[in-house]
Ligand binder design. Sequence first.
Ligand SMILES: *[C@@H]1O[C@H](CO)[C@@H](O)[C@H](O)[C@H]1NC(C)=O
Ligand SMILES: *[C@@H]1O[C@H](CO)[C@@H](O)[C@H](O)[C@H]1NC(C)=O
Ligand SMILES: *[C@@H]1O[C@H](CO)[C@@H](O)[C@H](O)[C@H]1NC(C)=O
Ligand SMILES: *[C@@H]1O[C@H](CO)[C@@H](O)[C@H](O)[C@H]1NC(C)=O
Ligand SMILES: *[C@@H]1O[C@H](CO)[C@@H](O)[C@H](O)[C@H]1NC(C)=O
Length: 353
Amino acid sequence: MASKLKLFWMLPVSFLLLSNCLHNGANAAPQVPCYFIFGDSLSDNGNNNNLKTLAKVNYLPYGIDFPEGPTGRFSNDRNMQDVIVEYLGFQNYMPPFARAQGRSILKGVNYASGSAGIRDESGKQLVCVCVYIYIYIFQKHSLLAQSVSIFLSFTLTKETSFLSNDYINNYFVPEFYNTSRQYTPEQYAAVLVEQYSHQIKVLYGHGARKFALYGIGLIGCTPYAISVYGTNGSPCVDKLNTNATLFNERLMPLVKELNTNLTDAKFTYLNPSPSPQDVLSFVTNSTCCEVGGGGGELCVRNSKPCSDRSRFVFWDAVHPTDAWNELLAESAYRTNSTSEAHPFNIQTLAKLK
Ligand SMILES: *[C@@H]1O[C@H](CO)[C@@H](O)[C@H](O)[C@H]1NC(C)=O
Ligand SMILES: *[C@@H]1O[C@H](CO)[C@@H](O)[C@H](O)[C@H]1NC(C)=O
Ligand SMILES: *[C@@H]1O[C@H](CO)[C@@H](O)[C@H](O)[C@H]1NC(C)=O
Ligand SMILES: *[C@@H]1O[C@H](CO)[C@@H](O)[C@H](O)[C@H]1NC(C)=O
Ligand SMILES: *[C@@H]1O[C@H](CO)[C@@H](O)[C@H](O)[C@H]1NC(C)=O
């Protein structure tokens, strides 16, 4: 029971961004003119497919429930940002930047890349389109888009994720990275928030005006973390969760400061959680697919997944199922809980002038 409750905090790590690009008169209008997504595998929808990397999933059983089949989404069907795009009233999901072209980019692009992090080097051992690279690409696109306002949101969920990757694919991998020797956990959280703040300001400088920044979820509760680090009797890997919390505790005041300093922009902090009742009806202690692909955390190619996918939190050993993503997205969009969305939920953020 205790372990199930803790899982509320297990969120995908991703980073998304909405922008006020060109209005496109026709059709039922979405609630925002456009939406840009930055993040990691929790939000990636195919950007890694043609990279030589372990962090890609354009094979079955990924996408088994998605109309187009395996697209590179780290889920059986939609990821959390797909669901938010639906809630915002868009008719199509945002195209992955690897394939986006022409006028379609004016409505939004998904720059998320599996294993990306805030720090340039995070995930390098896996190979990703790391953050500075895609911000750079975004900038080029924004010249085209002449964007006026952007809503950028950053979700953190697991280990192979944006902020999560700065921990799971960096700080906690001393064989590859020396950050844990250079920084105490407190210093590392401060350094990450500082770098994040800089990146957010770069996007602001390019016209982004509405930002949704997601805290890191309980990365220590994923089946992958538990199998790699062990829990020493706890339900989750406590050192991962407590380090992630150090980051979140600095992100919240950053959001406040940005709202104070950049008065023509709006920022919100999100850490959505399904309700306890919802959680009780989910299987939290095993994965739906047979894992062993990628670095050990992904589904085995062409393996047969569980049939009751709507009851599992974890699709593979780090990424949630479509059913769980839907609950996370619903919370981020509608919740009135200030611990999950502060000061605005996405619905409110989208409406603000
Ligand atoms: C990290 O360690 C490598 C060698 O292991 C070294 O080349 C590099 O300079 C170190 N980085 C920093 C920032 O200290
Ligand atoms: C953060 O992780 C380190 C291991 O690298 C651990 O020693 C430390 O206790 C953790 N910090 C917190 C606040 O849990
Ligand atoms: C906000 O402005 C104050 C005062 O100029 C400055 O010290 C602080 O660093 C700024 N914060 C951010 C996140 O830019
Ligand atoms: C998961 O939890 C359920 C209910 O608590 C239990 O029956 C089952 O054996 C557990 N499965 C694993 C793989 O630990
Ligand atoms: C949040 O508050 C608004 C306004 O009071 C209300 O209409 C809405 O139903 C609430 N949302 C939830 C999820 O309770």
